[in-house]
Design a protein around this ligand. Sequence first.
Ligand SMILES: CC(C)(COP(=O)(O)OP(=O)(O)OC[C@H]1O[C@@H](n2cnc3c(N)ncnc32)[C@H](O)[C@@H]1OP(=O)(O)O)[C@@H](O)C(=O)NCCC(=O)NCCS
Length: 181
Amino acid sequence: MHIPTLDSVRLRLRAFNLSDGTAVERLAGDFAIADTTLTIPHPYPEGAAATWIATHSEWAQCGKRWEWAITERNTGELLGAIGLSQERQHQRGELGYWMGQPFWNQGYTSEAAAAVLRHAFTTLGFNRIFAHHFARNPASGRVMQKIGMRLEGCQRQHIRNRDRFEDLVHYAILREEWSLT
Ligand SMILES: CC(C)(COP(=O)(O)OP(=O)(O)OC[C@H]1O[C@@H](n2cnc3c(N)ncnc32)[C@H](O)[C@@H]1OP(=O)(O)O)[C@@H](O)C(=O)NCCC(=O)NCCS
């Protein structure tokens, strides 16, 4: 399986190129991104983005995970990233994303996430897509609400992150719910 390009009104979601590495390091190197995610290092090591990007085609080929660059459709500017993992046996997957801070609160992540849901339910045959966020990161929860996910609960102090315990809030959407929206 390859990484298909997905278009929405303002965005183009495409596979990352190695040449995106510098922009990824600049945007994701902002502590505001690492602070509310689990897998983004801070400081972001030089060259780490290229190493990360180099794994994407293998992940997609084995159907484990798809990672898209969120770009502005008219200018091609890289704005952020969105990924979807797959657990094939259960026809379910997890959504994760980050958006460069200069582009926050313009609806870009919600628009990108809606495009990925559509692809997952209509083309990949997913039955359930879930996501979670730290309780102190309500903007991410708002993205989940805006794409139709439902709140499933909160695991108190479930994560120890940078020497602090984080409450983890869980959301999900089922295919039968998505098709009603
Ligand atoms: C979470 C994140 C991806 C949101 O990206 P974004 O492109 O700004 O998202 P959108 O603009 O589509 O939606 C954000 C929503 O949150 C709302 N919001 C922003 N700050 C908020 C706050 N403190 N409390 C409540 N809602 C808030 C916005 O108003 C908007 O909702 P609205 O459209 O109803 O007004 C971005 O902030 C980010 O990358 N954060 C760092 C990395 C991260 O946390 N990733 C997610 C890990 S779970």
